[in-house]
Design a protein around this ligand. Structure first.
Ligand SMILES: Cc1cc2nc3c(=O)[nH]c(=O)nc-3n(C[C@H](O)[C@H](O)[C@H](O)COP(=O)(O)OP(=O)(O)OC[C@H]3O[C@@H](n4cnc5c(N)ncnc54)[C@H](O)[C@@H]3O)c2cc1C
Length: 463
């Protein structure tokens, strides 16, 4: 008999969720992670006297996703406070305004649309995978102000600028969830225990229920024989000569849950074992044109630079020097331990679409211009005491959420021809935003693996 019932590949939001849920159900689970740290694309790491996030900034869960996962495994995901103020940069006037005065659609028209969102069952949005958010809204209103408000929220969530690039279904799932669970269009929070603390809590839940980790271990391939998963192969460690190949250690297991995104899953899952149409869907979604890279910038000052208050989330559609949406907030106001005392740490970013994320010269210029724009929007950044630039080429919000790229157009979490292989990733069939989406994808896979629903999560939608 194998030592494990399930091997989970990856210790990001999806892998930790899958591992913690399965271990709680008494399954013998091994999580294998290439890096030596937890959290994957949403890891938080120490850098000199600061803490830097590779990806995650704010969690978008009204309560029914990642928060419930914590509850179910005996932990608490603390919802830190974020100010309701949202300064929006007015690039025409060259000054800060507010989301409230900028998107002044008719209140009664807005109410009508909110009522329609609440009345529509989640599943009914599935029919809108191939259409735009505006087409859905147009059934209820012609008010441009209402369109602007919904589309602005979607720009912030999925970082595409054109109205025709916002899929109706993916965006409406999130809107409905937030209106129902939090009575607002968009709800987000900083995890009270910090991003590192959040992943550590989930990892603790996993090990407290008997789960085993292998960090710093890269899975080379999933072993599949006669249509059945047999386990995984990992590279021998440490390698004596760096060019060593095919000296593998085999770990047997009848089930493997891969949490690898579409960009690298086929390095590990043998493509020839998958039906051609399935593998081609993965390859299609993994194209550079469906990526949005993130130019991440951390700046620290000795004086606060906020427009209204330290916990505000400031946003823009264009900076004075760059095109494209982004946001900025003071990380040290959310988590004072992320900067030394008396120092204010600000996190912000600019998005770069498609292939441009590979162009080093372009990216270098973009960073220079973006920093110039930041100094124009917040003059206090003229006196920074610390800076860190980083580039996330594996994108912020997965595959862009455009029509024809969401919902039923994504590969399913289960390959019909292979017994015991599951894909839990926000880049496969899933709904939601970021880490919460990844956690929901993992929950869906775990429940399907178990063959039953976990009652904590109710009867509602999952993936
Ligand atoms: C710049 C940026 C900003 C973001 N902002 C937010 C935000 O504010 N809020 C939010 O909720 N989300 C945000 N996200 C998105 C969020 O980070 C992702 O949606 C989420 O982390 C995806 O989790 P995952 O577990 O599906 O995938 P991943 O985190 O990618 O996990 C996959 C794991 O597999 C590991 N792995 C890869 N190959 C192998 C191998 N061969 N063997 C073993 N392990 C392997 C990786 O190291 C990784 O840990 C942001 C992302 C980025 C990049």
């Amino acid at each position: 008999m194998s030592a494990y019932d399930v091997v989970v590949i990856g210790a990001g939001a999806a892998g930790l969720t899958a591992g913690a849920l399965l271990a709680k159900e008494g399954k013998r689970v091994l999580i294998v992670e290439r890096d030596t740290f937890l959290g994957g694309r949403a890891a938080e790491l120490p850098d000199e006297d600061f803490k830097i996030n590779l990806g995650g900034h704010l969690v978008e869960d009204g309560g029914s996703g990642l928060t419930k996962v914590f509850e179910h495994v005996g932990k608490e995901l603390v919802h830190g406070e974020v100010s309701a103020e949202m300064p929006v940069w007015d690039d025409q006037a060259g000054r800060w305004g507010s989301i409230r005065d900028r998107y002044a659609g008719s209140k009664s028209e807005l109410k009508k649309v909110i009522a329609a969102i609440k009345e529509t069952p989640y599943e009914a949005f599935d029919a809108w995978d191939d259409r735009t958010l505006r087409e859905w809204l147009a059934q209820y209103t012609t008010d441009q102000g209402v369109y602007d408000l919904f589309e602005f929220t979607s720009v912030l969530e999925c970082v595409v600028d054109n109205w025709w690039d916002h899929s109706a279904s993916d965006n409406l799932y999130v809107r409905k969830m937030h209106y129902e669970e939090r009575h607002m269009a968009a709800y987000s929070f900083w995890p009270g225990q910090g991003w590192d603390g959040m992943w550590q809590d989930l990892a603790d839940a996993f090990t407290e229920h008997g789960g085993t980790f292998r960090l710093g271990t890269s899975v080379e391939r999933v072993i599949i024989e006669n249509g059945e998963v047999k386990g995984i192969a990992v590279a021998r460690q440490p390698k004596v000569i760096p060019t060593e190949v095919f000296e593998e250690e085999i770990i047997e297991a009848p089930a493997v849950i891969s949490t690898l995104p579409v960009w690298n899953v086929l390095r590990v899952v043998p493509e020839h074992q998958l039906p051609d149409w399935y593998a081609q869907t993965i390859r299609f979604l993994a194209q550079d044109r469906f990526r949005v890279s993130w130019l991440g910038l951390y700046l620290a000052t000795e004086e606060p630079v906020a427009v209204n208050n330290r916990k505000e989330l400031a946003t823009w559609l264009n900076t004075p020097t760059t095109e494209g949406a982004g946001f900025m907030f003071e990380q040290s106001a959310m988590d004072p331990s992320s900067a030394p005392p008396g120092v204010y740490l600000y996190v912000m970013g600019a998005s770069v679409p498609g292939e441009r994320g590979r162009d080093q010269q372009y990216l270098r210029t973009m960073f220079e211009r973006f920093e110039e724009g930041a100094r124009a929007m917040w003059p206090g950044f003229a006196k920074t005491v610390w800076r860190r630039r980083h580039l996330a080429f594996d994108p912020a919000f997965g595959v862009v959420q455009k029509p024809y790229l969401v919902g039923s157009y994504r590969p399913h979490w289960r390959v019909p021809t292979i017994e015991g292989l599951w894909f839990a990733s926000e880049t496969f069939k899933s709904r939601g935003v970021g880490t919460d989406r990844a956690a929901r994808a993992a929950l869906t896979v775990v429940e399907e693996y178990l063959g039953r629903r976990l009652s904590t999560f109710g009867d509602g939608w999952r993936y």
